[in-house]
Design a protein around this ligand. Structure first.
Ligand code: T4K
Length: 420
């Protein structure tokens, strides 16, 4: 057991864990049931193109969310791209910069300008008060991101969208199984998207979905995700792409859905274990979930106040990684400081003070069915020891990560990268 900072692996001690502990280990359902379904699919020789497992999966998800339409897709990014196109967004769309870059890329990919908006530091989601200031005659929509599965201020967003005749899309990549005012995420705005990537609380290996109550929109999305085919192979009535979910993914999803209550219960327990440990560590706060709502508790997110802890967020990441705890800095450094956005919008940082602050404070820890009480106790011991000696650690460590946010402004390496 580590009792002094010299025991820490980063200062020469041996690592606490032999195998790496990841943020985003997939939660897996019953393997026997999965293999039965794979055999069934192989016997049937129907592997994709709106197969029976995809249809069953879509129905199960729609029922669970309480929404009219679920269109299963090959991943969350394609779900965003198709939803954006189906909603006919163009010109400018307002979204938070504090999100996974796919939210911004899905717009830029279609030559729509992402307009980055600041966040509310308490919720980590888009700040409605900032949205109004960013609306221009070119604005056609808002994308709210339900970061960590915690809903945006949906009511405020709905009011702004209605007042300015804007479309409202929610990126609920993190939000499967979560609710807002008792209603499941997935049923708000014009449409919502989910990601079913392995790092998400519920996965279909790769996968995603668009959910909506709008019949016409759902029809359009179904055409778009299948090359615009209206039924028979030679009957193309719309421009489309290939966004289909395959049968392997759908049957994985169906199997994992059967264990969803267990995944939530494990995550919830882990969340409480971490909370009890961090309650008394000054300078560290763990984000909480509203226990009145449904949550998937998938993200153990800490905010590090370096002025109190001494040791910085990035140093803590370095300390943990040396112990084989692969903590993450989601969503560092914010989309506006990534290419191509930092070249396109060199002044974006001026209007995103809260995003910049948060991107330097957040640290995400492992949870899910791959992590148990013993691991959590040890992870917390490492953090407690580091913070108790935070100012000494700060001096003794050399940062392997850059401690400054990357500069905004044209990146010199971009043209070379593209030419390569
Ligand atoms: N919107 C939001 C808000 C999102 O967060 C995302 C995705 C999207 C949209 C787009 O949805 P998708 O198109 O991805 O469906 C990950 C994921 O690739 C991405 O899905 C996710 N958000 C994003 C936040 O994180 P990385 O680069 O962190 O993944 P990676 O490969 O480093 O994996 C993370 C950890 O998970 C690793 O340490 C190992 C573990 N892992 C990963 C995989 C894939 C496993 O144990 N098994 C696995 O199969 O991007």
């Amino acid at each position: 057991m580590k009792s002094s900072i010299d025991d820490l692996a980063v200062l020469g001690g041996s690592p606490s864990f032999k195998e790496p502990l990841h943020v985003g280990r997939p939660n897996l359902g019953d393997r026997t049931r999965l293999l039965e379904r794979i055999n069934d699919m192989l016997d049937r020789k129907w592997l994709s193109n709106n197969g029976p497992y995809v249809q069953e999966f879509e129905q199960r998800v729609a029922d669970m969310i309480g929404v009219k339409h679920c269109i299963a897709l090959c991943n969350g990014t394609i779900a965003l791209e198709i939803a954006i196109r189906a909603l006919e967004l163009k010109g400018e769309v307002i979204l938070p910069s504090f999100t996974f870059v796919a939210t911004a890329h899905a717009l830029q990919w279609q030559e729509i300008t992402p307009v980055f908006c600041d966040i509310d530091p308490k919720t980590h989601t888009i700040d409605p008060a900032c949205i109004e200031k960013m609306i221009t005659p070119r604005t056609t929509g808002i994308i709210g991101v339900n970061v960590w599965g915690r809903p945006c201020n949906i009511e405020a967003l709905e009011k702004i969208a209605a007042a300015h005749h804007l479309k409202l899309l929610f990126d609920s990549a993190h939000g499967f199984g979560c609710s807002c005012n008792g209603k499941m995420l997935g049923s708000f705005g014009n449409a919502e998207i989910f990601s079913f990537h392995p790092t998400k609380f519920f996965n279909t290996a790769e996968g995603g979905a668009i959910v909506t109550n709008d019949d016409a929109l759902a029809r359009k999305i179904r055409l778009m995700k299948n090359f615009g085919f209206s039924g028979y192979v030679d009957d193309v009535i719309y421009v489309g792409t290939n966004g289909k979910m395959n049968e392997y993914s759908a049957l994985t999803g169906l199997t994992n859905l059967e264990s969803i209550d267990e995944f939530i219960s494990v995550n919830s327990k882990n969340h409480e274990l971490y909370r009890a440990e961090f309650a008394n560590i000054p300078g560290i706060s763990q984000i909480s979930y509203d226990r009145q709502e449904k949550n998937n508790y998938q993200y153990i997110v800490l905010e590090i106040d370096e002025a109190v802890t001494g040791v910085s967020r990035d140093q803590l990441v370095e300390i943990l990684r040396a112990e084989n705890v692969l903590a993450r800095r989601y969503f560092y450094p914010g989309c506006h400081r990534m290419e191509p956005y930092r070249s396109y919008f060199p002044h974006a940082g001026l209007v995103l003070p809260e995003t910049d602050k948060l991107a330097q404070r957040v640290l995400s820890l492992p949870t899910g069915t791959a992590v148990g009480a013993d691991e959590i106790e040890e992870i917390c011991r490492i953090i407690r020891l580091s913070v108790a000696n935070g100012f000494e650690m700060k001096d003794r460590l050399s940062d392997s990560f850059s401690r400054e946010l990357p500069n905004i402004g044209a990146a010199k390496e971009l043209p070379a990268l593209l030419a390569a």
